[in-house]
Design a protein around this ligand. Structure first.
Ligand code: SAH
Length: 242
């Protein structure tokens, strides 16, 4: 793995490697990601044309989002640091018949070697697992072409997100393995927007993701108190040409 900068928490890497085998079990430890995926894929599809697009999926894990975008005709590269999760992602391609190029890399090292290489970057449920999320946001921006679009999702930091994502998800319902999330790594939308601005990008839209674990459905829209999506574009794309 190339590492321009080590922005990896080894405990996080071990955590995702340890659940690798069950990544594609819709009732297993990655169940929330399976349940969230149709809503987040629809959100992306409503904003960009995936068919024929070049996409880099940062922190792709076992490839739930990567494969779903590939199945819509995108040419997807999935990058992650967790070796076992990537091995599972590659194996699953044999089962699904999807084509995804999986690479072991940090966001930063990949951006360094592939600047301005794709029109779409996705980075979902990953920023809250890294020591320096601002650095990942900057790397995502660097991978994008001038008209590129970035889709991020993460967890807000407040009493509601603590109660729902950690107490509810990990301790009361046990839908998410205990220790998956650390509250102090959750990210306020204002912080994420500041990192985007520092990376030459602007948030075009911030919207909530609402997960109903009992019904096993998710929808986008509404408040952003817990899980939320950000659609960002390069700042230059926001300035009207004169
Ligand atoms: N984006 C996927 C997986 C989310 S789980 C989805 O939403 O379906 C978070 C993933 O981020 C894990 O696979 C973990 O290995 C990865 N990750 C954590 N730190 C990372 C880093 N510094 N660089 C790249 N991936 C990282």
């Amino acid at each position: 793995m190339n590492s321009v900068k080590t922005n990896v928490d080894p405990a996080e890497q071990d955590k995702f490697d340890s659940i690798a085998a069950s990544w594609w079990d819709p009732d297993g430890e990655s169940r929330p990601l399976h349940d969230l995926n149709p809503a987040r894929l629809a959100y992306i599809q409503e904003r960009v044309e995936l068919s024929g697009a070049m996409v880099t999926d940062v922190g792709c894990g076992g490839g739930i989002l990567s494969e779903s975008m590939a199945s819509q005709g995108a040419s997807v590269t999935g990058i992650d640091v967790a070796e076992k999760a990537l091995a599972v992602a590659k194996l699953h391609l044999h089962e699904s018949g999807c084509v995804v190029d999986y690479q072991r890399a940090t966001a930063e090292s990949w951006a360094e070697e592939h600047p301005a290489s794709v029109g779409i970057v996705t980075c979902m449920e990953m920023l809250e697992h890294v020591p320096d999320p601002a650095s990942v946001v900057a790397a995502c921006a660097k991978m994008l072409t001038d008209d590129g679009q970035l889709f991020l999702s993460t967890l807000n930091r407040n009493a509601a997100s603590f109660a729902i994502a950690i107490l509810g998800g990990e301790y009361i319902t046990s839908i998410i393995p205990k220790g998956t999330h650390q509250y102090d790594r959750f990210i306020k939308p204002s912080e994420l927007c500041a990192w985007l601005r520092a990376s030459g990008m602007r948030a075009r839209e911030i919207t909530g993701i609402h997960y109903s674990p009992l019904e096993r459905t998710a929808r986008t829209g509404g408040h952003v108190k817990v899980n939320y999506l950000v659609h960002a574009v390069k700042a230059t794309a926001c300035v009207p040409s004169t």
